[in-house]
Design a protein. Sequence first.
Length: 245
Amino acid sequence: MSPKENKIARDTPVIEVKDLCKTYFMPGGMSQNVLKNVSFVIHRGEFVAIMGHSGSGKSTLMNILGCLDRPTSGLYMISGKRVSDKSDEELAHIRGREIGFVFQNFNLLMKRSIADNVSLPLIYQNVSEKERYRRAVDMLEKVGLKGYADRLPTQISGGMQQRVAIARALINHPALIFADEPTGNLDTKTSDEIMTLFTDLNKQGITIVLVTHEDDVADYAHRMIKIMDGRVEFDGLRCRYGKEA
Ligand SMILES: Nc1ncnc2c1ncn2[C@@H]1O[C@H](COP(=O)(O)OP(=O)(O)OP(=O)(O)O)[C@@H](O)[C@H]1O
Ligand SMILES: [Mg+2]
């Protein structure tokens, strides 16, 4: 890539939302406006914490950003491309190749081995079983779980299960990770370990957008977007309270 192309790639927002609105329509004609004209831009390499009270619309926003749901109106661009122009098939492709997801409840298949869980996204790409196992073992090592490939998720701790989920999110080498309350079910020490792992991934250039209720967790991010009643109430630098930069 030429220096000019490289600069363009760096300066292209990974995410751009403008006047994003989401209304849920319920049976019986009831509706609820959950997101109201949400606008922001996230650049490559950022580490953003999305905060806000329960019910403020954080998960709704994350589902739209992660292409799991569509907005009612407004613009959503991912890597400079309009998401609204894409078919469900194209969205599935973006989800599979460009985005990694981490959830509060880990979302692991409890009866499948840890290696199977990590390599699950590769099944849809026709990667051979042997190669899937090899890549899973490799990724598990990167998240500090060397030697755990053949165990079941029920045989490891909650923090380890979340590492498995992170390894699964990383298996396709996404440029972007969305995490919705990834430490919500973990104790403080384990939560700090998971956040240190996210920090390392961010230092490697992965853009991270994370929802949290907890100030201590948000302190790992560089920027905070606070949602209040479906609107952006604050968008700016996050004070790190002396945590290592
Ligand atoms: N599929 C849905 N259909 C109808 N209403 C929904 C749906 N999903 C969410 N809502 C409503 O939208 C509002 C925002 O929900 P959302 O899950 O985005 O909040 P949140 O900020 O993630 O909350 P929490 O911190 O508790 O996870 C809530 O009032 C919720 O009841
Ligand atoms: Mg939520």
